[in-house]
Design a protein around this ligand. Structure first.
Ligand code: ASP
Ligand code: MG
Length: 405
């Protein structure tokens, strides 16, 4: 029996007419003879409202109760969709994470899936029922509800596809696929027909919001046949494929930007072994992700400057943490800047093409855009620049890398 997983994001289930409409799409899939697992997000805006409710109740809510509140958004949509399907004479039932169960670890708010029991859902599928699953949630070993982090319904969908060896996993959303860059900023952005897992993972990690990065990593690990499609228009979408199946691809696949960045510089750090370990170790304790790092070489072997970036949302915690160890480390000054944006150019052909970095730096230079920090991976070059110029940078890079045509 062929199993397909269809995932519908918040804008696709934004209101009752939308929910009824995707009911029809699901019915079509059933009539093709497929066993269907549907994963839904909360109606758009609902998760933000739930977070707001918790914040207004307490500054320090117990993590598990926080997750319990947040998970309710998806409970509503899965049940409403099951009701809509029932009206269309499609046999169905809704599933919460704990009913399947989707078992996670105990890190509330960003839980990791440990295993998915398939027996219960399989029996239901064998009875020709569509399984409508609440995305974003699971259950911990403490028998409490957990959530998978913002955008986590994508991860639920991919994990279900992997666990049930689904034929394909279609992610329905409000755009018709993955674009070369953000079309709201660069008018000439184009939809990609295909993109490799690695490229998609880099783009998602560097700020492209169309898929949760974790979901892409999971799809890559299990070879899940993943597509991104529009739930509003009947268009082919973007397929995420294995590297090697991409003969016709151009060098650069896309340009991502991330606004949630803060740059920190510690000046006059004594040039001794163990300093970086001390600084970054202290941030790791608070699960603060350090991204780009540069250390200037010391002229007199006495002191260096260390500059690095973290998510802007973690700046206050980072500042407190680092200032606490200022005496111990003995640096002179802490400075931070949030008026920065990270721009990343991604493409797997970069591996065997030289000169990509050169094109990037020359283009920025021509436009008088100053680079604060640079970092690279095998298939990505990122630069940190002032936020005043990020739209100009994206447009000129899009054209310099031949993506405009
Ligand atoms: N509702 C959750 C969120 O807004 C999960 C999701 O939509 O994927 O982050
Ligand atoms: Mg999403």
């Amino acid at each position: 029996m062929k199993i397909v997983v269809l995932k519908f994001g918040g804008t696709s289930v934004a209101d009752v007419p939308q929910i009824k409409k995707i009911g029809l799409k699901i019915k079509e899939e059933v009539e093709l003879g497929n066993r269907v697992i549907v994963v839904v997000s909360a109606m758009s805006g609902v998760t933000n409202n739930l977070i707001d409710l918790v914040k207004r109740t307490s500054d320090f809510p117990p993590y598990s109760e926080y997750d319990n509140v947040l998970s309710t958004g998806e409970q509503v949509t899965s049940a409403l969709l099951a009701i809509a399907l029932e009206r269309l004479n499609v046999r169905t039932r809704s599933w919460l994470g704990w009913q399947i169960p989707i078992v996670t670890d105990n890190t509330y708010g960003k839980s990791v899936i440990k295993k998915i029991e398939t027996d219960n859902v399989l029996t239901s599928l064998e009875h020709n029922e569509v399984a409508v699953v609440s995305g974003f949630q699971g259950v911990s070993s403490e028998n409490k509800i957990t959530t998978l982090g913002r955008g986590g319904s994508d991860t639920t969908a991919v994990a279900m596809a992997a666990a049930f060896s689904a034929d394909r996993c279609d992610i329905y959303t409000d755009v018709d696929g993955v674009y070369t860059t953000d079309p709201r900023i660069v008018k000439r952005a184009k939809k990609l027909d295909i993109i490799t897992y690695e490229e998609m993972l880099e783009l998602a990690s560097q700020g492209a919001k169309v898929l949760q990065a974790r979901a892409v990593a999971l799809a890559m690990k299990y070879g899940v046949n993943l597509r991104v499609l529009s739930s509003f228009e009947d268009l082919p979408g973007t397929s995420i494929i294995k590297e090697g199946n991409n003969m016709e691809k151009s060098e650069i696949s896309g340009i991502a930007h991330s606004l949630n960045e803060a740059k920190i510089t510690l000046s006059g750090v004594p040039d001794q072994p163990g300093q970086a370990a001390e600084i970054f170790g202290s941030l790791a304790q608070f699960s603060i992700n350090v991204d780009m790092i540069v250390q200037s070489s010391s002229i007199n072997q006495k002191a260096t400057d260390i500059t690095f970036t973290i998510p802007e949302t973690d700046l206050l915690t980072a500042e407190k943490t680092i200032k606490k160890i200022q005496k111990k480390i003995g640096f002179n000054k802490f400075t931070s800047d949030t008026n920065v944006v990270k721009i990343s150019v991604v493409g797997s052909a970069m591996r065997n093409q030289s000169g990509m970095a050169n094109i990037m730096f020359e283009t920025l230079a021509k436009n008088q855009i100053n680079i604060h920090v640079i970092s690279t991976s095998e298939i990505k070059i990122s630069v940190l620049i002032s936020s005043d110029y990020y739209e100009l940078a994206m447009r000129s890079l899009h054209s310099a890398f031949g993506l405009d045509i």
